[in-house]
Design a protein around this ligand. Structure first.
Ligand code: GLA
Length: 377
């Protein structure tokens, strides 16, 4: 095989936000927006990468990728590719024959739809086939997450990479982070899914995420010391045991940490309920939980913005909307709206226009479908 083309999708998450790194549950799904990544073997000892999204191409030698220890990949758009190669090298898998990578994308970068995980997973999926690396699907998921953590300076959880790999058309995953397993849940055909791309990109997004991970670390230490429990264990126990929950809050003894723990508990509880309601086909009830999730993300986890809150609360009031919330890491990015087929799109448009005029924003929306995971074309 001399070349391969991989279609690698973005993802949404219905519920279970900011809980992948405490290892409870989420309900993500792959969507019909993707990166098409073509890899072509070439002669020589370099890789050449072209991305239409970044409007740039870059040639880089293997020597530079593997041997420059101070090389900060996170500063460059092509770092998504070089980081993956670097992790492979760290694991003793050294690719040394040249290739070209071409990425054509209809997935907006920085929109909270996981374009980076989509690129990394798709790239490694392609390399694995083209160079017969023998990696399992789970190894690809773990390597690409690790490459974000170690070389892209992003301490993300595993949700995005896992979803891109294991998504399923017309289904979402009920993903259990504790043992990294999932159950597929099918969705009603009459549901409509809309993405609102706020195009709001806050420079604090990466810092904000890191800060949440630090706070999680503090909670982790206190729980270990006082209760000898992991966050996951304490969260699960808190759902059914209010006395225990109050004891944890007392021991955390800090207004910010209390709010964060409250989000972990309530979001995990909602995610479990969401799964139950969907199984029983109570779709409206299930998706109305998205509204509560948004409030929690805004007031307890503090990863929303005032303007996004205003937009979301207006949209939630529209007829035939089951639920709406911000998705992904937060501080801008995208929102998800779940509605039934009678949704009046013009009313949604009007609501968004009002916010655009008020804040001089250029918020856009589009309808999506739940589609295939990463695959070769
Ligand atoms: C980002 C991270 C994920 C996850 C979400 C929030 O997308 O990459 O690991 O933590 O934020 O749920």
């Amino acid at each position: 095989m001399n070349s391969i083309c991989i279609r690698s999708p973005g993802r949404i998450n219905f519920i279970g936000e900011h809980v992948d790194y405490i290892e409870t549950y989420s309900c993500p799904a792959t969507i019909n927006l993707y990166n098409d990544i073509t890899i072509l073997k070439t002669a020589g000892k370099t890789i050449r990468i072209y991305s239409d999204r970044f409007g740039d191409s870059k040639e880089i030698s293997f020597d530079r990728i593997y041997n420059t220890s101070e090389y900060d990949f996170s500063k460059f758009w092509y770092g998504y590719f070089t980081s993956v190669l670097r992790v492979l090298n760290d694991k003793g898998i050294k690719i040394l024959s040249g290739f070209e990578v071409k990425v054509i994308s209809n997935l907006a970068d920085g929109a909270g739809l996981s374009s980076s995980a989509s690129i990394e997973v798709g790239f490694l999926y392609g390399l694995n086939e083209l160079f017969s690396l023998g990696l399992s699907k789970m190894e690809i998921v773990k390597i690409t997450r690790y490459s974000e953590n170690k070389y892209m300076n992003a301490p993300c959880g595993i949700m995005d990479q896992y979803t891109v790999m294991f998504g399923k058309k017309n289904n979402f995953l009920y993903l259990n982070y504790n043992d990294l397993t999932h159950t597929y849940c099918s969705l009603d055909e009459n549901l409509r899914f809309l993405i609102i791309d706020t195009k709001i990109k806050h420079s604090i997004a990466a810092e904000g995420y890191k800060k949440r991970i630090e706070e999680k670390g503090k909670i982790e230490n206190i729980l270990k010391e006082k209760f000898n429990l992991s966050i996951r264990e304490a969260v699960i126990k808190s759902i059914d045991d209010y006395k225990f929950y109050s004891e944890v809050i007392l021991n955390l003894n800090d207004a910010t940490l209390n709010k964060r723990f409250n989000h972990f508990v309530s979001e995990t509880d909602r995610t479990k309920k969401f799964y139950q309601f969907i199984k029983e086909k109570y779709f409206e009830k299930a998706f109305s939980l998205l509204n509560q999730s948004h409030i929690s993300l805004s007031s307890l986890y503090e990863v929303s913005t005032e303007e996004i809150d205003e937009l979301i609360f207006e949209i939630q009031k529209l007829e035939n909307v089951y639920g709406a919330r911000m998705i992904g890491g937060g501080f801008g990015g995208s929102c998800l709206v779940v509605a039934n087929k009678d949704l009046d799109i013009d009313k949604l448009k009007l609501t968004i226009e009002k916010i655009n005029q008020k804040y001089s924003y250029k918020i856009e929306f589009f309808e999506i479908r739940i589609d295939e995971p990463v695959h070769a074309l």
